[in-house]
Design a protein around this ligand. Structure first.
Ligand code: FES
Ligand SMILES: [Fe+2]
Length: 437
């Protein structure tokens, strides 16, 4: 183990072109730096507006490891506050979600706060008279995070008050969120079906990298998806394909399928697999849905929306979406070797319910704690997390289809088996692993 205390440059040097040092996955110091820099300098997904429709509705979550609460203020706006009492530091909102009522009330000494974080009341207020309390940090109430941006109901926040702007940070990558929303005939999504959560004993970045790792499905998922396909092939000729087989089968497509699908990279660590097609391209049509889309958008636009079948889009640092099935995963760091995975699903407002049913089935089969597919990946991450402690070689390789020219290219599409997007994430990591701008 190396001690990086105070040496930010040494931490940044753990990332080279085409390889990264194992300490980016295993070292608690490096993890602490990520929380202070990468997760504070970037726009991190917080929640969806549909989770807090009414005044004082709230959701608690984290940005990196910092507790925050997203709340609907009395003026209808969405606020993101540090979930910490300004008095002694107690977490104010403790439930995953709820309604604050008239005020948030700290459970320790009953200071209460409006939904913009300002102090509504303090018991025995005369005890602070003449103490200079009104100019203290505590008098500011529950502090707001540095900046909040709501993009088509997706709520993002940046911890630091200064830094890269929302539009500059995401740029064209927002097209993946757009496509997911545009699949609703009324252009609206709602969180539906709850959330699946499970803790992985590995570093958060392993999960993000896996999302554009197209050389693993036919290998790691042979035991789950491969078995499902083998069982289905034993059915009598003409047996209709079970919806689960429709979901499993593309995982074990040959390398050529993944090479051909393509990968696109964008600035600031964002990118996606599935430029031309993806594992979601060949699902059977849901009766009535296409007609609804044509009525809403016209045939040409409807075909364009539904013909975009991006596989996984990575929003650096830790959000990933699957537009074609309206699923979203968030990888929440807990420690260098602990990550909370959250799988969320959306309802396409105005579309047939069978679409949500398919999304929920996908999540159960692939992303749930009980899923066969997810465990294939989990096993690989946890083996890596353990074996990276070996002294055989401290570097992890990411050179597949590497071209030294690529560092200077902001946006590109490439062969679907390239590790360019992983390198893209680490270039962004190195960039945002910097002091407050
Ligand atoms: S810690 Fe919150 S009121 Fe005292
Ligand atoms: Fe996988």
């Amino acid at each position: 183990m190396t001690f990086y205390h105070g040496d930010l440059q040494a931490v940044r040097d753990l990332v080279r072109e085409g390889e990264v040092h194992r300490d980016v996955y295993t070292d608690p110091d490096v993890f602490a730096y990520e929380m202070e820099h990468v997760f504070a300098n970037t726009w991190v997904y917080v929640g969806h507006a549909s989770q807090i429709p009414k005044t004082a509705d709230f959701v608690t979550t984290t940005i990196g490891i910092k507790p925050v609460v997203m709340v609907r203020h009395s003026d209808g706006s969405i606020r993101v506050l540090h979930n910490r009492c300004p008095h002694k530091g107690t977490r104010v909102a403790n439930e995953a979600c709820g309604n604050a009522g008239r005020f948030f009330r700290c459970p320790y000494h009953a200071w209460s706060f409006r939904t913009d974080g300002s102090i509504a009341a303090i018991p025995l207020p005369q005890g602070y008279e003449g103490t200079g309390f009104e100019t203290s940090r505590a008098a500011e109430g529950m502090a707001a995070v540095g900046a909040v941006h709501v993009y088509r109901d997706f709520v993002f926040a940046r911890l630091h008050p200064r830094g890269i702007g929302f539009t500059e940070f995401f740029g064209e990558s927002l097209s993946s969120i757009d496509n997911m929303i545009d699949r609703s005939p009324v252009g609206k999504l709602e969180i539906a079906g709850g959330v699946l959560r499970y803790v992985h004993r590995c570093n958060w970045k392993m999960l993000v990298e896996n999302l554009t790792d197209t050389c693993h499905p036919m290998v790691a998922h042979e035991s789950s998806a491969g078995t499902a396909v083998a069982v289905w092939k034993q059915q009598p000729e003409g047996t209709p394909r079970h919806p689960a087989v429709e979901i499993f089968a593309p995982f074990v497509s040959p390398y050529q399928f993944y090479e051909g699908m393509g990968i696109r990279v964008w600035p600031n660590g964002h990118g996606h697999t599935g430029v031309s097609h993806s594992i979601h391209s060949d699902y059977s049509a849901i009766p009535g849905y296409f007609e609804q889309m044509v009525a809403a958008y016209g045939e040409e636009r409807a075909r364009e929306i539904l013909g975009t079948n991006r596989h996984n889009t990575v929003y650096f640092p830790n959000l990933t979406v699957k537009g074609p099935i309206q699923a979203m995963r968030i990888f929440k760091p807990i420690a260098a070797d602990r990550t909370m995975v959250e799988s969320w699903t959306f309802r396409l407002v105005g579309a047939p319910d069978q679409l949500l049913a398919r999304t929920l089935m996908y999540s159960r089969l692939v992303n749930a704690p009980t899923s066969p597919v997810g465990h294939d990946d989990l096993e690989m991450y946890e083996r890596a997390q353990d074996s990276l402690h070996s002294d055989a070689n401290p570097w992890v390789n990411m050179q597949r289809l590497y071209d030294p020219q690529e560092a200077g290219i902001a946006t590109a599409t490439a062969n679907g088996t390239t590790e360019w997007q992983m390198r893209n994430q680490f270039r962004a990591w190195r960039h945002f692993m910097a002091a407050v701008p």
